[in-house]
Design a protein around this ligand. Structure first.
Ligand code: PLP
Length: 362
């Protein structure tokens, strides 16, 4: 692998050189004033990115750890939850909920299709006793390249009861707007190796006031992921345990880059990359797995016909130094996925498309 290697997968995503270099700095103590200054700055940056006044907490974890932390801090054993699943990561929500003894009602859609908000509405309307404690949704379903209609689902949850809205925003945050306050999202989980443009290792959980109220009565055992101490320490710009200090250096630089670019520009850049990638695939006669209207701005899934997806990935990797993602679970070998999330620009897509064209010509 050389410096021309291109990581066109939906995470880990490419990391800008200035961010890579920031991590090379000598470590500082996490109880120092210098660290607290960084923590204050990145906390403000995270709130800006989440478009929220809520707490946004940082954990030493991947995205799944952030999802788990969300669940175990606002729910109790036996609680009934409504989980949307139309891919690998919707299934992840289901698995984590079951692992902690929740009573899971799954709303499914075929992989490659979006969740139907009406299905949520019907279940919530039928729940006249208000037994549903939470609605869990994957915003951008990375395994299929589908963006679910989170806003409408959240609106239904608010209109029909008190259910908390828990969101996996792992590949939507930093790619499209996730207005946490505007949409009333109670728990929002994400991970550093995606739109944040930094390496894996930090998980983020945004918690609303309603989520904190639910925390008070949550009886699921927890220790390292008990968010109470993170909130308490966070108020003093410190962390309860030793944080990955170098990743904080990286996050500081990456958030500054994002703020310099501006939210609207970040979202329109991703929208353009998405449109360009999809247009190119159509031009190459490569069938897209998700329809245009529900496509994720972070990743495009392609289901080639007559050519093996894995052969395409292998040629792209070996001859053109470009990594594409494969399919997951039953889609293994059926699809490949082009990531266009985070530190990705026009030239990356043009290079990937040209290489793909040359690959298909072989
Ligand atoms: N949710 C979504 C939508 C994802 O794309 C991923 C990772 O790809 C995860 C959850 C899990 O994140 P992690 O692998 O960081 O635990």
């Amino acid at each position: 692998m050389d410096d021309k290697f291109m990581l066109m997968i939906p995470g880990p995503t490419p990391v800008p050189e200035s961010v890579l270099l920031a991590q090379a700095k000598h470590l500082i103590g996490h109880r120092s004033g210098e660290f607290s200054e960084i923590m204050a700055e990145v906390t403000a940056g995270l709130k800006w990115l989440h478009q929220t006044k809520n707490d946004v907490l940082m954990l030493t974890a991947s995205g799944t750890g952030a999802m788990e932390a969300g669940i175990i801090n606002v729910l109790s054993v036996g609680d009934r939850v409504l989980v949307g699943s139309n891919g690998k990561f919707g299934d992840r929500w289901v698995k984590v909920c079951k692992a902690f003894g929740l009573n899971v009602d799954v709303i499914e859609a075929e992989w490659g299709k979006p969740l139907n908000p009406d299905d949520f509405k019907a279940k919530l309307e039928a729940d006249t006793d208000k037994t549903i404690k939470a609605v869990l949704v994957t915003h951008s379903e990375t395994s299929t390249g589908v963006l679910n209609d989170l806003k409408t689902i959240a609106d239904h949850a608010h209109a029909h009861g008190e259910a908390l809205v828990l969101v996996d925003a792992v590949t939507s945050l930093g790619a499209c707007s996730v207005p946490v306050d505007g949409w009333g999202l109670d728990v929002v989980a994400s991970g550093s190796q995606k739109g944040y443009m930094i390496p894996p290792g930090l998980g983020f959980v945004a918690m609303s006031d309603r989520a904190w109220q639910a925390y008070e009565t949550s009886n699921i055992p927890k220790f390292y992921f008990d968010l109470g101490p993170y909130r308490k320490s966070g108020a003093k710009n410190t962390t309860p345990f030793t944080p990955p200090v170098s990743l904080f250096f990286a996050l500081q630089v990456a958030l500054k880059m994002m703020q310099d670019e501006g939210l609207d520009n970040i979202f329109s850049r991703h929208a353009k990359l998405q449109t360009a990638t999809r247009a190119a695939m159509k031009g190459l006669n490569l069938p897209l797995f998700a329809a245009d209207e529900v496509a994720s701005p972070a990743v495009t899934a392609v289901m080639p016909q007559g050519v093996e997806a894995e052969k395409i990935r292998s040629i792209m990797r070996k001859q053109y130094d470009i990594a594409l993602a494969g399919g997951q679970d039953h889609l293994k070998g059926q699809i490949f996925r082009v990531g266009h999330l985070g530190f990705v620009g026009n030239r990356d897509i043009l290079t990937a498309v040209a290489s793909l064209e040359a690959t298909l010509a072989q």
